[in-house]
Design a protein around this ligand. Structure first.
Ligand code: UGA
Ligand code: MN
Length: 254
């Protein structure tokens, strides 16, 4: 099976650094396909060149977040969902370009800022419907994870503290979906019209019931992915320069 990683990404000073690090992780994964979706009106050269030089199999898509759902300047990040239009565009591409009976694979929503252990990709490759595992540094905890019943080996609950009433209180980084299985659910997608923080739960509710989940990472006792976030770069002097009509990155891509 091919691992299809779906990565929404948007322009910001740290974008190339994030994607460089991510692409170097992905280079180490056999049988891998990167679907990168820019939150932009049109594709940028920065991403096109990064992909071309990445040695990866990839598809480069664009999907702008509708203006009403774009985060306003100084608006806190958590007010609006992120990656919705981009992930749906990637799902649409898979539905149009991959075949339920002949393409085997697994889909993973890999945000551009998280940290991924290579072992994670071994864990997810042979998922039949939806696989789940712990995620480090998320939901206000050191680790958010599914609780497994030792006797049945099934997921019976979660340790989440943030909105634990969600049907699937899990981060985007904590699950993967079998490709033919997803293709058998042609309507399943993300939505702007769900409560804040319910993106993951809303998608999973369209796919499976709790007892269908396939626990991975040694019965969810290992952490192979961390919900890391990169600090915003301090560009105070750059802003001062630009007020004078100058810039430090003239003719040099950062
Ligand atoms: C958490 C989850 O880890 C995300 O998967 C989920 O989309 C998000 O909450 C949510 O509730 O919407 P968080 O770290 O806060 O994530 O989100 P970001 O990492 O800032 O964004 C998730 C992905 O969307 C990233 O790959 C990012 O590059 C992309 N993004 C972000 C855009 O494409 N456009 C934006 O305006 C912002
Ligand atoms: Mn993130």
């Amino acid at each position: 099976p091919v691992i299809y990683a779906i990565t929404p990404t948007y322009q910001r000073p740290v974008q190339k650094a994030e994607l460089t690090r991510l692409s170097h992780t992905f280079r180490l994964i056999p049988n891998f396909y990167w679907i990168i979706v820019e939150d932009n009106q049109s594709p940028t050269n920065l991403i096109a060149n990064l992909l071309k030089n990445s040695k990866l199999n990839y598809t480069h898509l664009v999907a702008p977040t509708p203006t009403s759902w774009k985060r306003k300047l100084k608006e806190p990040k958590w007010k609006k969902p992120r990656g919705v239009a981009q992930r749906n565009t990637a799902l649409k591409w898979l539905r149009e370009n991959r075949n339920r009976s002949s393409d085997c694979g697994v889909i993973y929503f890999a945000d551009d800022d998280n940290t991924y252990d290579l072992q994670l990709f071994n864990e997810m490759r042979f998922i039949k419907k939806v696989g789940v595992w712990p995620v480090g540094l998320v939901g206000g905890l050191m680790v958010e994870r599914p609780i497994i019943d030792a006797a049945s080996g099934k997921v019976i609950g979660w340790n989440s503290h943030w909105r634990p009433e969600r049907d699937f209180p899990i981060d985007m980084a904590g699950f993967a979906v079998n490709l033919p299985f997803l293709l058998s659910k042609p309507e399943a997608e993300f939505s702007f019209n769900v409560e804040r923080g319910f993106q993951e739960s809303s998608l999973l509710s369209q796919l499976v019931a709790l007892d269908e989940l396939e626990p991975r990472a040694n019965n969810c006792t290992k952490v192979y992915v961390w919900h890391t976030r990169t600090e915003e770069a301090n560009l105070n002097d750059e802003k001062a320069l630009r007020r004078q009509g100058k810039r430090s990155d003239e003719n040099i891509e950062v």
